[in-house]
Design a protein around this ligand. Structure first.
Ligand code: AQP
Length: 333
């Protein structure tokens, strides 16, 4: 089977609707046809200097939300990045293949460092896309399901894979393909509908957390920014607020944008198993079953993560040894 890899950072108590619709729904859908590995990338989270106890707690919660959303540990490996030391090892090797200018062109670093200023930023944030490339190349990944915001980082991973093949010989790395579903590639902030929904957004009211109380979700949707006229029409340019709500509604309820606009019944085509499903009334909101799901799976979590890390590490070791050999590192006897 071809391989799929993707990951999320444990940087909040709950994933948000952008993480869910942009990535997680696709992880669940792909696990049937692919050999899937899904990671909680705690090493990446260190770039924002989290409080240690909170990071540990969020690492487990993030993994639990993968399972609650329908990632099935019988079919997919779920693991914590720091439990597989090969990620950090390959990141170092790849950093020696990455041009300084190339890394400097990453827009996410530019945006994030502009927010905190040079004194607030760190080298880890700068080399973040190199660690991400290591995450992906380590598993000879064919497909990476992510949101639109990760497209440029994916492009760097592809460039690095090609460079390894050119400099170290064919078969050094698999060149990964992005899997970005157009309709849900970018879920927008409810208060600023031209910006992506993001946990670090300045105004928390524009965000829907998937573990939020349905009542609060309904309230957030009701107070979403729309526009002055009453026409319901999909047009990102002139009606970003209305268009964003239509996209969310359509993605959650399985309606086409046009059906959603006309209030027609949906086909219940998505999301797959474990997803929010149909909603009461006219407002889409995540199903409370997801909350129960998180509690139910918490007990199984340690075993799942242990097994996931062991199996992931076995694959990762093979890739790393191949590359260490090709760059000329002396093998320990
Ligand atoms: N608004 C979004 N629409 C679609 N997809 C999105 N993703 C994130 N926001 C949206 C996708 O979710 C996955 C999680 O990636 P991450 O854990 O690295 O988080 P992130 O991209 O850093 O998410 P945030 O909320 O935007 O965090 P901050 O504010 O810290 O930057 C990825 O596949 C991402 O594409």
């Amino acid at each position: 089977k071809p391989r799929v890899f993707s990951a999320m950072q444990p940087t909040s108590d709950s994933l948000h609707l952008g993480n869910y619709l942009g990535a997680l729904v696709n992880w669940v859908a792909l696990q049937d046809d692919y050999d899937a590995l899904y990671g909680v990338v705690d090493l990446h989270a260190l770039t924002v200097a989290p409080e240690p106890a909170l990071l540990r707690e969020r690492t487990r919660r993030t993994a639990a939300q993968f399972l609650a959303a329908g990632v099935d540990p019988e079919r997919s490996l779920v693991f914590v990045q720091s439990h597989v030391p090969e990620h950090a090892e390959l990141a170092w090797l790849l950093s020696t293949f990455t041009g300084f200018g190339e890394a400097s062109r990453m827009t996410q670093f530019k945006d994030k460092s502009a927010k905190v200023g040079e004194s607030g930023t760190n080298v880890g944030l700068f080399t973040y896309p190199v660690l991400m490339a290591a995450d992906i190349l380590l598993y000879d990944t064919n497909l990476v399901p992510v949101g639109e915001d990760q497209r440029q980082h994916l492009e760097l991973s592809r460039d690095l894979a090609e460079r390894l093949n050119t400099r170290l010989g064919e078969g050094s790395a698999v060149v990964p393909e992005p899997y970005i579903v157009k309709e849900t590639a970018k879920i927008y902030d409810l208060q600023e509908p031209t910006k992506k929904m993001s946990k670090s957004a300045s105004n928390g009211k524009g965000l829907i957390e998937i573990l939020e109380e349905p009542k609060k979700v309904a309230k957030a949707i009701k107070s979403a920014v729309t526009d002055l006229d009453t026409e319901i029409r999909f047009d990102r340019e002139t009606k970003p607020g209305v268009s964003s709500l239509l996209s969310i509604y359509s993605a959650i309820d399985g309606r086409s944008i046009d059906q959603a606009r006309r209030g027609l019944p949906g086909q219940d085509v998505r999301p797959p198993q474990g997803g929010p499903g149909r909603c009461g009334g006219r407002l889409p909101h995540p199903d409370p079953r997801q909350r129960d799901g998180v509690d139910r799976v918490a007990r199984r979590l340690d075993t799942v993560l242990d097994e996931g890390a062991q199996k992931a590490s076995a694959i990762a070791r093979g890739t790393l040894e191949r590359l260490y050999d090709r760059v000329g590192l002396l093998k320990p006897q």
